[in-house]
Design a protein around this ligand. Structure first.
Ligand SMILES: Cc1cc2nc3c(=O)[nH]c(=O)nc-3n(C[C@H](O)[C@H](O)[C@H](O)COP(=O)(O)OP(=O)(O)OC[C@H]3O[C@@H](n4cnc5c(N)ncnc54)[C@H](O)[C@@H]3O)c2cc1C
Length: 289
């Protein structure tokens, strides 16, 4: 069994970064999941006018300051997307895109909000022809066909990986790409509408706005996982995680902060809640000992 961390922080926006900083200062053994570019919602901001002490800072500069702060505290970023979190009683088990399982006594959800809606049929056929992870499920499609909806350029590597195993891959990019792909990958520039099935047992086609792609497997590769899929049993309120003023959720030892808990969607609110969630996690851990 691997190491069991005190706290797993999921997300590297201002909320997750702030939580990780406070936890580290409070000497907790943490693991921070996200990406080394932190958050596009930070790096892509043209100019930020309302972050105290940093007037007129560009998003890219704020990102660099966050990275420097993490590095000064020796906080590493684990670039692995968490796909499911399970409450196991005295700890949490976290499943990831790379198929690794992590364990932590408590969890802070700081995943931000995603405005991409699930496709009709996606939830219904998840695990029955619909997958979120090419690395995990490629072997199921040996010699078969797969359709891959990629929401960012990095998913092209996942489509290539599938193409090594599957006979035919249809890649539907949700962004502009002019990159070259392997021979058995056909790029389809169209808009996904729904996932459907003749038998009702297993998804067998992806309906697009202008055509239908028949495929044995349909991979939906987004930068985030829908919250209702991420943590089983988590109470929601208006599509956000329901929390109290201490950033506690309905699950003991599970905290949430930032955009994920609701509006206003603001850096300083996210960073402030990250701090609150971290201190609540510290209290929770100290009580457990
Ligand atoms: C262009 C733009 C300009 C903005 N300008 C301002 C401004 O001037 N002032 C202001 O206050 N606010 C501004 N905002 C709003 C601000 O960006 C958000 O409120 C803030 O980034 C929220 O922080 P967060 O940490 O909650 O989430 P995010 O910044 O969205 O970060 C979430 C992180 O979690 C990661 N993640 C998600 N799911 C998983 C998973 N399952 N496993 C691992 N990692 C995961 C994501 O990749 C991301 O890194 C702006 C937003 C945009 C888009």
């Amino acid at each position: 069994m691997g190491e069991r961390f005190d706290v797993a922080v999921i997300g590297t926006g201002p909320a997750g970064v702030s939580a990780a900083i406070t936890l580290k200062i409070r000497n907790k053994n943490i693991i921070l999941f996200g990406n080394k570019n932190l958050s596009e919602k930070v790096s892509k901001a043209h100019e930020i006018k309302n972050y105290p002490g940093l007037p007129d800072i560009k998003g890219e500069e704020l990102k660099e300051k966050f990275l420097k702060h993490l590095s000064q505290l020796d906080i590493e970023i684990t670039e692995d997307m968490i796909t499911a979190v399970y409450a196991m009683g005295s700890y949490y088990s976290l499943q990831s895109k790379s198929s690794k399982i992590y364990e932590a006594a408590s969890v802070i959800i700081a995943t931000g909000v995603s405005f991409e809606k699930m496709l009709p049929g996606e939830k219904e056929f998840l695990g029955r022809g619909v997958s979120y992870c090419a690395t995990c499920d490629a072997a199921l499609y040996r010699g078969k066909s797969a359709a891959v909806i990629g929401y960012s350029e990095k998913e092209e590597a996942e489509a290539e990986f599938l193409a090594e195993v599957a006979e035919k891959v249809y890649y539907i990019p949700m962004y502009k790409t002019e990159n070259a792909f392997s021979e058995n990958i056909t790029v389809v520039n169209d808009i996904p509408v729904s996932v459907e099935s003749d038998s009702g047992l297993k998804a067998d086609r992806l309906v697009l706005k202008n055509q239908t792609v028949k495929a044995d497997g349909i991979f939906v590769l987004r930068d985030s996982v829908s919250l209702s899929q991420l943590v089983a049993g988590l109470e929601m309120s208006d599509n956000h995680v329901a929390v109290n003023r201490n950033c506690e959720t309905n699950l003991s030892g599970c905290f949430a902060c930032g955009d994920v808990t609701g509006q206003p969607y603001q850096y300083i609110k996210a960073a402030g809640e990250g701090n609150v969630a971290a201190l609540s996690a510290v209290k929770y851990l100290d009580k457990k000992i």
